[in-house]
Design a protein. Structure first.
Length: 508
């Protein structure tokens, strides 16, 4: 059967384990979900022990599904949700739930940091704005609100790093995951001594840093027995989910770009240096190897807007889809295709959860604007797809203004399944959209490639260019591009005109 790689993708809703061969082909996959807890409006937690149970269960199921022996597994690698903070003791036992990326309880801590380090300086050092979503504010929240936990904490770990410790007994994280903490010096590829000193956090409380392709340890006897794998199997640290998705989309060379279309969405590039936008509309993660970076712009509610449209507007399509055994989104796409581009002057602003890039406005709201009696459900559906796409164009233009001008975009994520939306994106963005074979498994494939490089199966990340197969192309059409070129400035003007209204509504 050849050399096999297990990639675990520890996401927000659960762990997806995938078994790949050395040709990058999926042999089997298994998903194990876990709970998320919401103690209050700002707090979002998970139990890290659930991560371990998810990895144990999904590994055993994967071997059974794939009908492979444990001796066939050459390496285990990881992708993980980023920006968390998990305090553990010297034995790696959690001292509290992990505060995940969506947790924003550290708002007061962010204001305290601003007094000690200017926002511009944080952006220059880390490539990111200062935010309560990042690990730094969460660690400081522990220190301020649960000092007994902070003082007992031997390390603060990210999601995948906890599981790696349980597998190997080794403390480790990688550059890409660390770059989502507000504590990582991008240019130097180290923890930022300047930030740590000014906020008073000991560097010893953070795990050692490695490139994503590093074998950081081997499976212990105990972990091997639990997971059904051979003790001594190499474990590669892997990377954050965004950079792994980039690799799984085949984006590993300077200037290449991809678009992830899921509940949220982002556009990201591979770059040989960090990218600093003068207006701080975008940010930069580290990629999966030294000297490679990932400038990124992300919006909050992309597929999430289409999901809202399904649930709020398209009840009939949901019922009919269940009867026919198809996705409701397929029926919604058919409805939207009845309407001409531009929806007769109907716009949708996709700010259901506020917005990150390009506006960075938590008070922004979702809006339909331009409604007339001639508009019907088909117009509403299409305007949602167009509104998300127009907002992504603002993000892409932020990069274009600074010289990053891709000719093509690789499209991955669950939202990439639909041909209709892929076609709209090509027209709105004005670039050719390339859709690979693996859309939802791209993140896992990226982690597998990192693991294969670490284990010597692949020579380097450039193998992604061979393993990622493009199956569909969507090209811009001049007449449709022109329609969206006319609509685009109106879309931006609509948002800017409504800023005072958003601010007023924020009190409700």
């Amino acid at each position: 059967m050849g050399k096999l790689i297990i990639a675990h993708d520890l996401g927000t809703t659960g762990n997806k384990a995938t078994l790949f061969n050395e040709e990058g082909e999926k042999i089997a996959s298994e998903f194990f979900g876990y709970d998320t807890y919401f103690p209050d409006a700002l707090s979002v937690e998970q139990d890290a022990e659930d991560y371990w149970q998810a990895v144990v269960y999904s590994t055993r199921q994967l071997l059974e599904k794939g009908k492979v022996k444990k001796e066939d597994v050459e390496v285990i690698s990881f992708s993980g949700q980023m920006m968390g903070a998990l305090p553990v003791d010297e034995k790696g036992q959690p001292l509290y739930h992990i505060l995940i990326w969506a947790d924003r309880r550290g708002i007061e801590e962010v204001e305290w940091i601003k007094e000690r380090i200017g926002e511009d300086r944080i952006y220059q050092l880390t490539g990111h704005r200062l935010s309560a979503n990042y690990s730094l504010a969460k660690i400081l929240w522990f220190r301020n609100h649960l000092p007994e936990v902070y003082n007992k904490a031997y390390k603060f770990l990210l999601a995948k790093d906890f599981v790696v410790f349980r597998l190997t007994g080794q403390w480790a994280t990688d550059f890409s995951d660390a770059s989502g903490t507000n504590l990582f010096d991008l240019a130097r590829e180290t923890w930022s001594g300047e930030i740590l000193e000014k906020v008073g956090i000991e560097e010893d409380k953070l795990p050692p840093l490695y490139p994503s392709t590093t074998v950081v340890g081997e499976l212990t006897k105990e972990a091997g027995e639990e997971c059904g794998l051979l003790p001594g199997t190499p474990v590669v640290i892997g990377g954050g989910d965004g950079p792994c998705a980039a690799c799984g989309a085949g984006i590993v060379e300077k200037g290449e770009a991809y678009l992830y279309l899921g509940s949220s969405s982002w556009i990201a590039f591979a770059s040989s240096q960090p990218f600093y936008d003068p207006e701080k509309r975008t940010f930069t993660f580290h990629h999966l190897e030294k000297g490679l970076f990932m400038p990124t712009g992300t919006m909050q509610s992309a597929g999430g807007s289409y999901q809202w449209c399904r649930d709020a507007v398209c009840e009939r399509e949901k019922v009919l889809a269940q009867e026919l055994g198809v996705s409701a989104y397929q029926l919604m796409d058919l409805e939207a295709s009845k309407v001409s581009p531009g929806c007769g002057g109907l716009l949708f602003l996709p700010y259901l959860l506020g917005e990150r890039a390009p506006w960075w406005n938590p008070h922004a709201r979702g809006v339909f604007i331009g409604l007339t009696p001639s508009h019907n459900k088909s117009h509403l559906i299409r305007s949602v797809l167009e509104g998300v796409s127009l907002n992504l164009r603002i993000i892409l233009d932020a990069f274009r203004e600074q010289g990053l001008c891709p000719d093509t975009l690789r499209l991955i994520g669950g939202g990439a399944k639909g041909d209709f939306w892929s076609h709209i994106l090509a027209q709105v963005l004005g670039v050719e959209i390339l859709r690979p074979r693996y859309l939802e498994e791209a993140t896992s494939l990226g982690a597998a490639i990192a693991g294969g490089v670490g284990a010597g199966i692949f020579k380097g990340l450039e193998v992604a260019k061979e393993l990622v197969k493009i199956e569909d192309h969507f090209s811009p059409r001049a007449e449709m591009v022109e329609v969206y070129n006319r609509l685009y400035p109106i879309f931006k003007k609509a948002y800017l005109s409504l800023l005072p209204v958003f601010d007023d509504l924020s009190s409700f």
